[in-house]
Design a protein around this ligand. Structure first.
Ligand SMILES: Cc1ncc(C[n+]2csc(CCOP(=O)(O)OP(=O)(O)O)c2C)c(N)n1
Ligand SMILES: [Mg+2]
Length: 803
């Protein structure tokens, strides 16, 4: 059902007519899916529906301009486009609506996302790249409005990198940088900061990005007058228009019901972006929402009669139909026949999707029922069990919750019985969960052989000539080695280019590797992050630098909503192995001392979070990650760049493993667990504790996510029988996470002779200056006294009360 992407000027009328008819069929099919989709929700078969009705025709034009290798980054209205590029059929559309948890049935997300969130597969089932230049690509949608924007920037920039940077292997990813990144967004969502940030950045970078705004004047119930100055996004973006003297955008306007004008507009946009690498904004006006925003409400509540009448008249499918008849491409009767046959086709596709969805569930229901029959017959609680069993049997179209919850409830009735039937039920429940749970929980992290957890440690080596140097030189020389080893690695951030980052960890790298690989960017953390996601989606290995950990909050939403969920929401069919480089922990003041790690780790499950205590460890993490296919955040110690470290002789080669703790001081009395800059405070405190006879063991966590995979901490606690978690985050922040891991998951409580302790910072952000730090974050004395008090509690004779 694909649209014909070749819009030739010399088509015969018959060919042209056939092409238009084909497009009309796609538009009608898409519309029928929307109409029937809404009914499926209202009758309870699906939970929620948001559809592309009223936006069909511009998407046909977009699909015609969209070439193999191109990428889309859009939102939930784009089903027609997906159908027109041949990546979504009727059955798949309904499989997505039902939430079919099988990627073969719902290729968009294996039922993980609500319908209307689209994606194509960049990876095969083993996690290997497919040839993206031979397919039409859609990066996986997310629900937060304008959340598709930051990554769009990177998708577009990748073409520029592939076109201009020499030495990168472009196989699978690019043909001379000729790919366009196509964005779509609703008019109201352009109110978001992410939209404006991306628009500006793409203008600065001059990348092949074509941004379509589907303008239907509304954002749910809120009219454009509350959304957009002058109610007109292209009007207020006029200043971005390029002219003879300045680079900028090409801004185009077109009505969304005007099929020939749309086709021409999209061809023009494609040519400008593809050939000149100039961004284009297409403001598509006069669109409608025939069924309102979503299945959650009706637009009659907020659109007046005039508006509703106008929408009926200017419905883009209606207009296309009129245009076809007026231009002799079809008669009303011919079109009616087509429409009726499509109605049938959609109904059949829907039925097939439903059957495929319920069939395995019915089978699972029957499987359990036959076990339950036996359990009931052999139990003293037969009556109760039979009741539950019959209730399950009565459900005509069960879901898995019905099935498993019945089994689990019945197990309680036979808990004190011994019978082979009971064992059979226990085994069935266990194996059912084992089989089914991954359908809902797999692929949060990479499951490919390139998972970062499979990369083996390589220790740094030193020789007689290894010198003690400023630690920033270790990281700089390591980056140097990485840039020369991997042509596809690039780094960008505020001050990362010309001066080589604020701490000189990239000193001289731009001179050596060029402005495209080592670059300064504007102050725009969210799109720095998105730039990285987009480029990583296209096979590059970006390192996105966020200048300070304190400012990661601007990027955290995109990390959390987009990057962290990417593998999960595509069931492992897309990956963005982006490395986020930042620096943090204690230095000076409220915004240069942050260590809000509790917040970070809890928001970005799906991204590894690494907290190296020095630059050698940090460099080792970069080396590990570049061999893997996973995203990670590396927080370097802001106060560590001028400290001395020995320069390893195997720079660029040594690798710090993920999820492995390191004991940096051995001791017998208490286990002190921490990470990052705080470790230096703890090491000093441990020396002073030794002077009063307290022998502390110190463990560097190194990697918060994943956390201590070999359970090294509990082994230490088994020896010392005491545990203290020390952290410069707020109380209950990362320390609570660490304590949960050690007590709950490693069962350290069984070895404890004293209450497990946490020592964290104050609740407020750190005050400025040395005294500000001293009174805000754990100090050497704080650590000393906290540990001493633990020893006092267990042995007051040897450790009398301090104060
Ligand atoms: C960050 C965020 N805020 C709110 C929402 C809820 N929401 C979903 S769609 C929508 C309106 C979007 O309107 P528009 O961008 O014009 O797109 P349209 O649906 O009209 O095509 C809102 C407020 C959301 N998904 N994300
Ligand atoms: Mg809108």
């Amino acid at each position: 059902m694909q649209t014909n992407p070749d819009v030739k000027k010399d088509l015969s009328f018959e060919d042209f007519k056939a092409e238009v008819l084909n497009d009309y069929k796609i538009a009608v099919t898409s519309r029928e899916c929307s109409l029937l989709g809404r009914r499926e929700v209202l009758t309870g078969k699906a939970k929620f529906g948001i559809f592309g009705d009223g936006k069909e025709v511009p998407q046909l034009a977009l699909a015609k301009a969209f070439k193999d290798g191109d990428f889309r980054s859009g939102y939930y209205r784009d089903q027609t486009f997906m159908m027109a590029i041949g990546e979504l059929n009727i059955q798949q559309f309904f499989a997505g609506l039902y939430g079919h948890p099988d990627i073969e049935h719902d290729p968009m997300s294996a039922g993980r996302q609500m319908g209307g969130h689209f994606a194509t597969h960049s990876l095969d089932e083993n996690g290997n790249w497919k040839d993206l230049t031979k397919q039409k690509n859609s990066s996986a949608d997310i629900s937060p409005t304008a959340g598709q924007m930051p990554r769009l920037l990177g998708l577009a920039q990748a073409s520029k990198i592939y076109r201009q940077v020499k030495g990168i292997d472009t196989t699978n990813f690019s043909k001379k940088g000729n790919e366009v990144a196509w964005g779509t967004i609703g008019n109201a969502s352009t109110s978001e900061g992410l939209f404006f940030e991306t628009i500006n950045a793409a203008g600065v970078l001059q990348v092949p990005m074509v941004m379509s705004v589907w303008d239907d004047e509304y954002g749910i119930s809120v009219h454009a007058r509350h959304q957009t100055t002058k109610e007109n996004i292209s009007e207020i973006l006029k200043g971005f228009q390029r002219d003879e003297n300045n680079k900028g955008y090409e801004i185009l306007r077109v009505n969304g019901w005007d099929y020939p004008a749309l086709i021409e507009t999209y061809q023009t946009a494609s040519k400008i972006a593809r050939e000149e690498h100039v961004p284009v904004l297409i403001h598509v006006n006069e669109l409608t929402q025939p069924q309102g925003h979503s299945t959650s409400g009706s637009h009659e509540r907020y659109k007046d009669a005039d508006r509703l009448a106008w929408e009926a008249e200017y419905d883009c499918n209606v207009k296309l139909r009129e245009w076809m008849i007026a231009n002799g491409m079809a008669t009303d009767d011919e079109l009616k026949e087509i429409e009726n046959s499509i109605k049938r086709e959609v109904r059949d596709g829907k039925k097939a999707a439903w059957t495929a969805f319920v069939q395995p569930l019915k089978q699972e229901q029957q499987e359990l029922l036959s076990i339950l029959e036996n359990v009931a017959n052999s139990s003293d609680n037969k009556v109760f069990i039979a009741k539950l069993k019959n209730d399950l049997a009565d459900i005509n179209e069960p879901i898995r919750k019905d099935i498993l919850s019945t089994a689990r409830k019945i197990l309680r009735y036979v808990v004190s019985e011994t019978s082979s039937e009971k064992n059979q039920l226990v085994n069935w429940i266990n194996s059912y969960i084992e089989k089914i749970q991954p359908k809902y929980s797999s692929h949060l992290y990479s499951q490919s052989p390139k998972s970062a957890l499979n990369i083996q440690e390589v220790k740094p080596t030193y020789n007689d000539s290894s010198e003690e140097v400023d630690a920033r030189l270790v990281i700089r020389d390591n980056f140097d080695a990485l840039f020369s080893k991997y042509p596809e690695v690039l780094v960008f951030g505020e001050d990362a280019g010309h001066i080589g980052d604020v701490n000189q960890g990239l000193e001289g790298m731009q001179e050596k590797y060029g402005e495209l690989r080592v670059s300064d960017v504007g102050i725009r953390e969210a799109t720095i992050l998105g730039q990285g996601i987009g480029m990583a989606l296209r096979g590059l290995r970006p390192i996105a630098e966020i200048q300070y950990l304190d400012y990661i909050l601007y990027a955290l939403q995109i990390m959390s909503d987009d990057l962290a969920t990417l593998q999960y929401r595509t069931n492992g069919r897309q990956k963005a192995p982006l490395i986020i480089r930042t620096r943090g922990h204690r230095l000076e003041g409220i915004w240069h001392s942050g260590s809000q790690m509790g917040g970070v780790i809890n928001l970005i499950r799906g991204i590894h979070v690494l907290v190296p205590r020095n630059m050698t460890k940090a460099a080792g993490f970069y080396n590990t990650l570049l061999e893997s296919d996973e995203p990670a955040l590396i927080v370097e110690c802001l106060n560590g760049y001028r400290l001395k470290e020995k320069m390893p002789s195997n720079i660029g080669e040594f690798k710090t493993p993920l999820g492995v703790v390191e004991t940096i001081r051995e001791g017998n009395d208490i286990t002190l667990v921490s990470y990052g800059s705080t470790l230096r405070i703890i090491e000093q405190a441990a020396k002073e504790l030794q002077e009063v006879g307290i022998d502390a063991e110190i463990i560097d966590i190194q990697s918060l996510l994943p956390f201590d995979l070999n359970h090294g901490i509990v082994n230490s606690v088994a020896k010392t029988n005491r545990l203290m978690v020390i952290d410069e985050d707020v109380p209950g922040g990362a320390s609570a996470f660490i304590l949960n891991e050690v007590l709950n998951n490693q069962n350290a409580y069984t070895h404890l002779d004293s209450k497990p302790q946490t020592l964290a910072a104050q609740q407020h952000r750190p005050a400025y200056g040395t005294d500000g730090d001293y009174f805000s974050k754990p100090s050497v004395e704080d650590v000393f006294e906290a540990v001493y008090n633990v020893m006092h509690d267990s042995n007051p004779t040897d450790y009398p009360k301090l104060r």
